[in-house]
Design a protein around this ligand. Structure first.
Ligand SMILES: [Zn+2]
Length: 251
């Protein structure tokens, strides 16, 4: 759903293009990039096109995610036609971001960013931990498919982080929680360091996100180079279960 302000801005752009077309004798009235609709939500005609995605900078993708999160937490989610998105993306996908989130049922990534079908690659695993398969998936998303942003998304009151702090031992979960343990060692915290202290749990979760960013850069020369070239940005976020706010961290 296009907002009034966007439409008036687009109209002003059209007027300017008409003026320039007349003044310069140009026949092309292609829309300047700043006026191209590239919202991750509310594209009633369908999902992101290649042109829309490729016209975005990594910072613009972050900005779109911020706007989507604001729409979500203020109850103003964009009108959306999932069938149109399904139809338009069937022949090809051009997601703008790869988001690695936690398994937690309360952090459904597409919903909290008000994004639609084909807008984001989303990987979810308890504690949003990095492993070789996830790294390979992120490399596919950016180096092959062309996504502009990698976002590692932790959240408050994370059960996986609590499990790591409490040294939970349970089947294959033990190995997963071991990947979070460096964040416990890496968190400087004044106060009670236990899962009874919500602030401590959230501090460890934040460190876990920061270590995840460092791990992506260290273990993936492909992604590290894309970021150095400015083709992508690798960023972190913390989602607050109570407020719905995503706060950017580590960028
Ligand atoms: Zn979690």
């Amino acid at each position: 759903m296009k907002g009034t302000s966007y439409e008036s801005e687009a109209n002003r752009g059209l007027d300017r293009r008409r003026f320039l077309g007349t003044a310069l004798g140009a026949c092309c009235i292609c829309a300047p990039l700043e006026f191209v609709s590239m919202r991750l939500g509310g594209n009633m005609g369908g999902s992101l096109t290649k042109e829309q995605r490729d016209s975005m900078t990594p910072l613009q993708v972050i900005d779109e995610l911020k706007k989507g999160n604001e729409r979500f937490r203020t109850g103003k989610m964009a009108a959306r036609d999932y069938l149109a998105e399904k139809k338009s993306s069937a022949a090809g996908q051009y997601p703008a971001a790869v988001i690695l989130g936690c398994l937690d049922s309360r952090v459904p990534v597409e919903i909290v960013f008000d994004a639609g079908i084909g807008d984001t690659f989303t990987g979810r695993v308890a504690g949003n931990v990095i492993d070789d398969d996830m790294l390979g998936s992120i490399e596919f998303g950016c180096a092959v498919s062309g996504a502009k942003l990698v976002l590692v998304l932790g959240h408050t009151a994370c059960g996986a982080v609590k499990g790591a702090i409490d040294d939970v031992v349970l089947g294959n979960l033990t190995g997963l929680l071991a990947r979070i343990k460096p964040a416990i060692r890496g968190t400087k915290f004044d106060g009670e360091k236990s899962t009874k202290n919500a602030s401590y749990v959230d501090a460890v979760a934040r460190t876990n996100v920061l270590l995840g960013l460092a791990e992506i850069r260290r273990r993936s020369p492909i992604l590290e180079e894309l970021e150095t070239k400015g083709s992508i940005k690798i960023a972190g976020g913390m989602y607050d279960l109570a407020t719905g706010v995503v706060e950017l961290v580590g960028s």
